[in-house]
Ligand binder design. Structure first.
Ligand SMILES: [Zn+2]
Length: 443
């Protein structure tokens, strides 16, 4: 079985490749790529004229909710949503019920995500840093690493005890395992549900000050600098956090960081009259923050983009603002929102855009993904994006089980059209049927 992706714009940040050309997949592997590819025939041909042919996207932060909260999402629906969004590798966070704090649960997750019924996506598990994510006792990180975790994190329950975090970093340094850190000082953030500022005063709700994030970013960067442990700072949201990260990188701390599309798209005003779809952690901030976040994306201080896909059932978010859970279902909107807000707004070039959505997150987490180089990965991982397709995001047309998304109704320019994961293919309903055909010698 051969599949030819023909005449697209080949973008591979890892090879610094940006040229019009074609790519040939044979069985499960990319076998040839280039502008001078002298192949016209294949079992199946996709005319990619005007499209980008890019490495399958890589998401450092997704919540799959299984085991324990299958009413929000399952491994099957979450991976289907990922494939529809252009992703071929996703990291799943450990805050399931029970949390992913032992090797048996990691085995369960890896088996289930590779079984029929799941979308064609590789799921890389992130293990809990402390038992039960309670912040008291470190998990058996050695056993978890052997079971296949790619990073350790206590996610939305960040370790408050600096001494324990230092120990965790010392262990993880020995294991060459990165820590993914949601940075929040809970003594400052407790009880808050949105940014502390104009909106929290207006709505009469308790706010979360920016210092809650910045103090924790500073602490984790200092511990990283002193232990040598790689720390990946999750979803940066304030200009102060960016400046701290910039400084600590210049001092040599082995840190990286990500941003969620919510944080470069919306300000706290989006909450309007208590709209729980905009209840995000860390909270949506201000336009001044967005300006600095965009600069930091362009200059490389912010390394990559994470969906932080956080599905919740409708009845769970249809409650008073203070009681609603944090987070939003976002996997299928990422390409649209990122191209609209970053590429078409001239913040990032095409190759930088794909770098932040694929090659760099793969590198940070040591994942076999993020390149179009022939025979380089265990199986082909490719996405085909139409960068100019205009559409409205409609939550009723998503694969995710949950519909709690702030992007519903938004106009986007740019859409994922095809996702190839080995021999598994996701094809978007908007991909033109005449652009897919059998070549003459196979017809
Ligand atoms: Zn998250």
């Amino acid at each position: 079985m051969t599949t030819l992706l023909k005449n697209g714009r080949l973008l591979d940040p890892r090879q610094n490749r940006d040229e019009i050309g074609s790519l040939l997949i044979e069985d499960n592997q990319i076998v040839e790529i280039g502008s001078d590819l002298e192949i016209d025939d294949a079992d199946e041909v996709y005319d990619c004229t005007g499209y980008w042919i890019v490495p399958g996207l890589v998401d450092p932060q997704v919540h799959l909710r299984e085991p324990g909260e299958e009413h929000k999402e399952t491994i099957a629906t979450g991976t289907q949503a990922a494939a529809a969004g252009g992703f071929t590798t996703i990291c799943c966070m450990p805050n399931t019920k029970p949390p992913l704090d032992n090797a048996a649960l990691i085995d369960f997750l890896m088996d289930k995500s590779a079984s029929p019924g799941s979308g064609g996506v590789f799921v890389a598990p992130v293990g809990a840093l402390t038992v039960g994510m309670k912040g008291e006792k470190l998990t058996d990180l050695y056993a978890l690493k052997n079971a296949g975790i790619v990073a350790a994190s206590d996610e939305g329950f960040p370790l408050q005890n600096a001494k324990l975090m230092q120990q965790a970093m010392e262990f993880c340094f020995q294991l060459d395992l990165p820590i993914m850190a949601h940075c929040e000082d809970s003594s400052l953030a407790a009880g808050g549900s949105l940014n502390e500022g104009g909106m929290s005063s207006l709505l009469g709700l308790r706010g979360i000050p920016r210092t809650a994030e910045e103090i924790a970013v500073m602490r984790n960067c200092l511990l990283s600098l002193n232990t040598g442990c790689r720390v990946h700072i999750m979803r940066v949201s304030t200009w102060g956090a960016v400046e701290i990260i910039r400084l600590m990188k210049s001092l040599g701390a082995p840190i990286t960081c990500e941003i969620s599309p919510m944080h470069f798209t919306f300000t706290e005003e989006a909450i309007g009259e208590f709209d729980t779809r905009f209840k995000i952690t860390p909270p949506l901030r201000t336009q001044a923050d967005i300006e600095i976040l965009l600069q930091a994306l362009a200059d490389g201080t912010i390394d990559c983009i994470a969906s932080d896909h956080s599905p919740h059932a409708s009845y769970e978010v249809d409650v008073p603002f203070e009681e609603a859970p944090f987070g939003a279902a976002t996997l299928e909107a990422i390409v649209g929102v990122t191209l609209t807000k970053l590429y078409h707004a001239n913040v990032l070039t095409p190759i930088q855009t794909i770098d932040k959505l694929s090659s760099t997150p793969a590198k940070i987490l040591g994942l076999e993904a993020g390149t179009l180089e022939p025979m380089e990965l265990p199986i082909a991982q490719v996405a085909v994006i139409d960068p100019t397709f205009e559409w409205s995001f409609d939550r009723r047309r998503t694969s995710s089980k949950s519909k709690n998304t702030p992007f519903h109704g938004m106009r986007f320019k740019g859409k994922n059209m095809l996702t190839f994961f080995g021999s598994e293919i996701y094809r978007d309903a908007d991909f033109p049927s005449e652009a897919r055909y059998k070549s003459a010698m196979y017809a």
